[in-house]
Write a protein that binds this ligand. Structure first.
Ligand SMILES: Cc1ncc(COP(=O)(O)O)c(C=O)c1O
Length: 398
């Protein structure tokens, strides 16, 4: 039977990673893959996570199956982290969260539930968006529509174009939004813009689906949750996919959650039962390890404070690399403006370099950047910043 299959092309980022690994130059720089690196270019296990792991070694008494919805304590702690412990939605009975295998697993479970609820619904995604959004949504059977998000020439969100498109969204359709630290552009909506989108969702009757994979990496844990907290207050229905990959550094532990807000307590129970059916019919139960660590960290004052300090350091390091890169390449022969880099949030920005300039950076200087010219600012450090800026200036000069 397998003879009918055609090979699926490698994700371009994975191809770039493989080329980077094969490059033998000592001064090579990887700005491609979306993983945090510290100033020494490593992606370490956070110290708070290590501490939680050693506690878990002692506390854990079984590896027996856990429930389909995962660890109930994790689900509760995640709701408090996402929405704030005092948010009125948490006592409304209208909200329910289940653990999922990473942000990707959460996105897929959410998409499957939406598809079950509204088989004809279309999901509107921004252009550009995280490249995996479209396959994750469409493989659940959702039809994809697009709205413009970012203007490459001005380096700003095309908010008027976005709103014009969203005014055409029929009632009952879904609009996928990035909660913070937009991937790939780094351009985040302002609070006022989020408010306008919520107004429009109420007016038109569309349902926002917020993907929040970088809480704490933009402006801070509470600041980065503005969109979901405000929408949870104002809208009758909301879906939120969250990931602990970046803010807890738990990438390979596949830790995340999918949250549904429905119009009533009865409805949200039905929605959660459908989400658990989706889980049961795919992976059955989410992996336990990462979620147990997150529960331990969020449930312990000392560990939580240590984790927040580490997360603050991550955010500040990225912000300082943004500043150094923008400063280092702003005065270039081409007169190209890079000031947007400091205005943007999270791990990514678009540099706006041409394909031939990206090729030259890779071939002549060992600097690996994906073809959209999205850079992971966490790949920059105090040792490579000078070489990186000189190399970019050299290709801009050509
Ligand atoms: C916007 C966005 N959403 C979701 C994810 C999924 O994260 P994970 O499945 O690794 O938890 C990512 C990861 O890069 C992302 O950038």
């Amino acid at each position: 039977m397998f003879e009918s299959l055609k090979p699926v092309g490698m994700d371009p980022i994975l191809g770039l990673m493989a080329a980077f690994r094969a490059d033998t130059r000592d001064n090579k720089i990887d700005l491609g893959v979306g993983v945090y690196q510290d100033d020494r270019g490593r992606t370490p296990v956070m110290a708070s996570v290590k501490q939680a792991e050693s506690r878990l070694m002692e506390l854990e008494i079984t590896k027996s199956y856990q429930g389909i919805a995962g660890d109930p304590e994790f689900n509760q702690r995640m709701l408090e982290l996402l929405f704030g412990a005092d948010h009125s939605i948490l006592n409304s009975g209208r909200i329910k969260s289940i653990q999922a295998p990473g942000g990707s697993g959460a996105l897929r479970v959410g998409a499957e539930v939406i598809q079950r609820a509204r088989p004809d619904a279309e999901i509107w995604v921004g252009v550009p968006t995280w490249p995996n959004h479209v396959p994750l949504m469409s493989s659940a059977g959702l039809k994809i529509k697009e709205y413009p998000y970012y203007d490459l020439s001005s380096h700003e969100i095309n908010f008027s174009g976005m709103m014009d498109a969203l005014r055409q969204v029929p009632a009952g359709d879904i609009v996928l939004l990035h909660g913070c630290c937009h991937n790939p552009t780094g351009a985040d909506l302002s609070r006022d813009q989020w408010d306008q989108i919520a107004d429009l969702a109420l007016e038109r009757g569309f349902i926002p689906y917020i993907d929040t994979a970088y809480q704490g990496l933009g402006d801070g844990l509470d600041e980065d949750a503005y969109s979901l907290r405000m929408m949870a207050e104002r809208l009758p229905e909301l879906v939120v996919a969250s990931s602990c990959s970046k803010n807890f550094g738990l990438y390979r532990e596949r830790t995340g959650s999918i949250t549904f807000i429905a119009e009533s307590a009865e409805q949200v129970e039905v929605v959660a039962s459908q989400a658990m059916a989706v889980a049961r019919q795919t992976y059955s139960m989410p992996p336990a390890h990462g979620a147990l660590l997150v529960s331990l960290i969020l449930g312990d004052q000392e560990l939580r404070a240590a984790w927040q300090t580490e997360l603050d350091e991550v955010r500040h390091r990225i912000q300082s690399m943004r500043g150094l890169l923008a400063e280092g390449i702003q005065n270039n022969a081409a007169g190209q403006d890079f000031s947007h880099i400091v205005r943007q949030k999270g791990m990514f920005s678009f540099l706006g370099l041409k394909p031939e300039q990206l090729d030259a950076l890779r071939e002549d200087y060992g600097i690996y950047i994906v073809s959209s010219s999205r850079v992971n600012l966490a790949g920059i450090n105090s040792s490579n910043i000078g070489y990186l800026c000189d190399s970019i200036l050299a290709v801009l000069d050509k």
